[in-house]
Ligand binder design. Structure first.
Ligand code: ATP
Ligand code: MG
Length: 421
């Protein structure tokens, strides 16, 4: 049997990749406008980086990581997410010394050993942004507004921005205890996984996708009732600023995230137009993470957008996919020889050219030009060579004109509106 791609991974072929490139271009533009610079971090790291930051009792660390033993006995893991590697690089290169605020974005593949299904892959792509150094609620609102702008620029409808606060190291323990107390009675209803981690990490139950766990937490205490004065004030200011910035949102007091490093503001961008995997982007504040990973006490906030889920929401006819082709049809061997440098010259001017390599008849070449959806066809035969001119056929208008072979590039560039180099 032929070798096939690994289960749960996906090839992104021409036809679909244009949507991805479109998203990436738009997102990069907006991120740069908000002062974010790109960072590229490796796709593997020491396992400890993830277990320490994401948390030992999370789904990701417990069962979703691709981990390998290195020869020295050290374990390495294919990154399941981007925040921990970015923070590792931030500390390693002491970026905190360079500026009071560091804004970074990344895009690339992440790896999680999950059960593959629509919208859930084992290699998937994220665009993520991280702002480190400032703990102002205004920054939280700005980051959310930036995410909102990306969605608006991509003209995606039906997304709900849900926000919550997870409190801080002062107020979360109180909530944790209250939740634990509540869950004790519901213990038999919980899935095996939640039963085993309830003691160590009761918040995970709120995020569990099992039906019985969802039922069990239906009337559980909610975090907003337990926030300390500082966290409450922070959250109120985030909401107030979002209103000023005209970003629509709803508060979801049951929203928690699948990673332990989050504090205070957390959020998810949820689609009403996707099936079960309906969270398109997610993120939040992580004020303890830099310190946890050995850096100086530094607040941070960020998010990651799931590319596959976002791309599935883009209307494919929204954008022009390609620069139009020119097809060069030749008649006779002499013409075939002459077009080689012509094609080369046109390509160097940024004009997209295809030709026939197989000695096809003119009729077959015209059919081929149609397949390429060529906007123009240049017809070069012996007569044309003698006259020093070529025939240019406009495939849309179905007209034909003769042009001087020496003016070819200029004429084509003008027709295709390619700026002169
Ligand atoms: P979910 O609840 O869907 O499992 P998560 O909480 O694990 O998501 P994050 O780690 O916050 O997700 O990742 C941010 C975004 O990355 C998600 O909102 C989603 O769009 C995307 N994402 C996460 N895991 C996958 C996956 N296995 N396949 C495709 N996209 C994913
Ligand atoms: Mg997950």
């Amino acid at each position: 049997m032929n070798i096939q791609a690994i289960k749960g991974v996906k090839d992104i072929l021409p036809g679909e990749i244009e949507v991805w490139q479109y998203i990436e271009d738009k997102a990069k533009n907006i991120l740069e406008t908000y002062g974010f610079s790109e960072i590229r971090v490796p796709i593997f790291e020491y396992t400890e980086l993830f277990s320490r930051s994401i948390g030992e009792t999370t789904d990701i660390v417990e069962k979703e990581m691709y981990t390998f033993e290195e020869s020295a006995g050290k374990k390495i893991t294919l990154r399941p997410e981007g925040t921990a590697p970015v923070v590792r690089a931030y500390i390693e290169h002491q970026l905190y010394n360079k500026s009071h605020i560091t804004k970074l974005y990344y895009l690339g593949p992440m790896f999680r050993h999950e059960r593959p299904q629509a919208g859930r892959y084992r290699q998937f792509y994220q665009i993520g942004a991280e702002a480190l150094g400032i703990d102002s609620p205004v920054l939280d609102a700005e980051v959310l507004s930036m995410l909102d702008n990306i969605i608006k620029e991509l003209d995606i409808q039906g997304l709900d921005l849900q926000i919550n606060s997870l409190g801080c190291k002062d107020c979360r323990p109180g909530y944790r205890e209250a939740l634990k107390g509540f869950l004790k009675d519901k213990f038999p209803m919980l899935c095996e996984n939640c039963q085993s981690r309830m003691e160590r990490n009761p918040l995970r139950v709120l995020d569990c996708k099992s039906r019985t766990c969802k039922e069990a937490v239906a009337n559980a205490p909610i975090i907003p009732d337990y926030l300390c004065g500082h966290c409450k004030e922070h959250f109120d200011k985030v909401k107030e600023t979002l209103k000023t910035l005209k970003v629509s949102f709803s508060t979801n007091p049951r929203l928690v995230r699948g990673l332990d490093y989050y504090t205070k503001t957390t959020f998810e961008l949820v689609s009403t137009n996707l099936g079960a995997q309906n969270t398109v982007a997610a993120g939040g504040r992580y004020d303890g993470l830099v310190e946890e990973l050995g850096g100086p006490k530094t607040p941070g906030i960020g998010f990651a957008i799931g590319m596959e889920r976002l791309a599935s929401l883009i209307k494919k006819d929204k954008f022009r996919t390609n620069i139009p082709y020119i097809f060069i049809a030749t008649i006779g061997d002499e013409a075939k020889g002459i077009v080689i440098p012509i094609i080369d010259g046109l390509r160097k001017k940024g004009i997209k050219v295809e030709t026939d390599y197989e000695g096809l008849s003119l009729k077959s070449q015209m059919r081929k030009a149609d397949k390429f959806q060529a906007r123009y066809v240049l017809i070069i035969g012996e007569d044309e060579i003698k006259k020093g001119s070529v025939l240019l056929r406009d495939m849309e208008k179905k007209t034909q004109e003769e042009i001087d072979i020496n003016n070819l590039t200029e004429v084509l560039a003008a027709k295709l509106m390619i700026p002169a180099k």
